[in-house]
Write a protein that binds this ligand. Structure first.
Ligand SMILES: CC(C)(COP(=O)(O)OP(=O)(O)OC[C@H]1O[C@@H](n2cnc3c(N)ncnc32)[C@H](O)[C@@H]1OP(=O)(O)O)[C@@H](O)C(=O)NCCC(=O)NCCS
Length: 146
């Protein structure tokens, strides 16, 4: 298993993104990949490959300079997306991606790595805690149409 930059495998990056966020149109995925690739000081993305060199997991990261719930410093590195293909789960792939994320965040001068997940995503919550995150806050988002 090895971790590589997502930019060096754009097709795999797009495919894993589409698996994580299937309701997002393909063109929008490409726009977001392009935007991240053009902003390498603020954004990073890594893939994890299995023993055959197939990309089976993705982590996307960004530096966030606005307040991030539960953190004490700024900017913090934030896990914008984390995904491992179902048949490769429970094999330490997310742990490898998180290790790469921590390295990147430290190199960017961050003192904290933050993340979030859905209240109903128990698997992700278990994984976050197992991967050394501590839970900070539970929040409810609101909106109104204007
Ligand atoms: C969450 C996710 C990324 C974890 O990936 P993974 O490669 O299976 O994680 P790891 O193998 O590195 O697991 C690390 C630890 O997390 C915990 N964990 C992972 N999956 C778990 C599960 N289904 N139930 C309980 N604990 C779990 C375990 O403690 C595990 O260590 P162990 O297998 O030695 O017991 C993966 O399940 C996934 O892609 N889910 C769908 C997308 C998602 O919800 N992403 C997160 C929100 S952005």
């Amino acid at each position: 298993m090895s971790v590589v930059t997502a930019a060096s495998h754009p097709d795999a990056w797009l495919a894993l993104r589409a698996a994580l966020w299937p309701h997002c149109p393909r063109g929008r995925h490409q726009e977001e990949i392009d935007a991240q690739s053009a902003d390498v000081r603020r954004c990073a993305a890594f893939l994890v490959q299995d023993g055959q060199g197939e990309a089976v997991g993705l982590i996307e990261l960004a530096l966030r300079g606005d307040y991030v719930n539960g953190t004490r410093s700024s900017p913090v590195a934030f896990v914008e997306g984390l995904y491992v293909a179902p048949e490769h789960r429970r094999a330490g792939m997310a742990a490898l991606l998180l290790a790469a994320a921590k390295d990147w965040a430290i190199r960017r001068g961050c003192a904290e790595l933050a993340s979030d997940t859905g209240l109903d995503n128990q698997v992700s919550q278990h994984a976050h805690l197992a991967l050394d995150f501590e839970e900070t806050e539970r929040v409810v988002f609101y909106r109104m149409a204007l």
